[in-house]
Design a protein. Structure first.
Length: 112
């Protein structure tokens, strides 16, 4: 026997993500990215974009299911500063990596 609880207006959404996202984006970051979106599609795109920015090396899937409270539930973006910091760290490492030059010299290389 199962208890069936109606989903009331206090529930805004549910997010399902693959491990490619959950391995680089925290639960709270996912909630904050989804909460600030204008639509479920926009929420999924925000989550995917941030996971890509965090250089996830796995496949990425995000599904945002809107409930009756979609658009009515608000709250502070608790991870905004953290996401900005993480983004800046990723962009700095990308710039550093791109600025390194590689020179591959064969074993028989001679300067003469």
């Amino acid at each position: 026997m199962f208890d069936v609880c109606p989903i009331g207006s206090q529930w805004a959404f549910m997010v399902l993500v693959s491990d490619g996202i959950s391995s680089v984006v925290s639960d709270q970051e996912i909630v904050d990215l989804a909460r600030g979106a204008t639509s479920p599609k926009h929420a999924a795109k925000r989550i995917l974009s941030f996971a890509e920015e965090m250089d996830s090396s796995d496949n990425l899937t995000a599904i945002v299911l809107p409930f009756a409270g979609w658009g009515h539930v608000s709250g502070p973006d608790q991870t905004k500063n953290l996401r900005a910091y993480r983004s800046s760290q990723m962009s700095q490492s990308f710039v550093l990596f791109n600025s390194i030059s590689f020179l591959i010299v064969p074993a028989s290389y001679s300067r003469c």
